[in-house]
Design a protein around this ligand. Sequence first.
Ligand code: 5GP
Length: 191
Amino acid sequence: MKILEDRIRREGTLLPGEVLKVDNFINHQIDPQLFMQMGEDFYQHFKDQQINKILTLEVSGIALAFAAATYFNVPVVFAKKSQSLTLGDDVYQSTITSYTKQKTYDIRVQKSFLNQSDRVLIIDDFLAMGQALGGLIDLCDQAGAQVAGIGIAIEKAFQPGGQLYRERGYEIYSQARIEKMTEEEIIFCQN
Ligand code: 5GP
């Protein structure tokens, strides 16, 4: 998606450990117009997949999933990273390790929000090692829900997550796929 690639080139900065900082428009401050275009782009890609639910991970995935959901006209469920009083014990739970935060935590979804009649589009902001995605897929598997597609804003294609899950047969669409990034330049995959 060219507008996203241009924006990353213009405003993305590199942090140590091959972390791309896009706080200007995705992870801290959000550009709603860009997000709506990204949401429509996900819709154009997955509109024939009979999606009836979008699943994402709090916090950064929520706005993107919401933008997409307005085009699909389906509900958004976001996996929670912390236990809360309102969330009972009747949950699907999975454990993931965060690449950027370098810590392991549980994610959970109340069982009533995910079930075997669901055809789920998973949406997230980044795909790197595939940990977060693996956790979301695991929640769908526990519920017996079908993962009908995976939509990612930024895939760091030089890290193994994308290849791992494509080889497992998942349909992953990434709007910007980074082949390589250095202090001087960010190179995107051509496909
Ligand atoms: P993974 O589990 O695939 O390693 O990473 C996915 C999650 O880690 C995303 O949900 C995102 O929050 C975070 N993440 C991974 N790499 C980056 C990065 O380069 N920049 C930012 N901002 N977040 C990242």
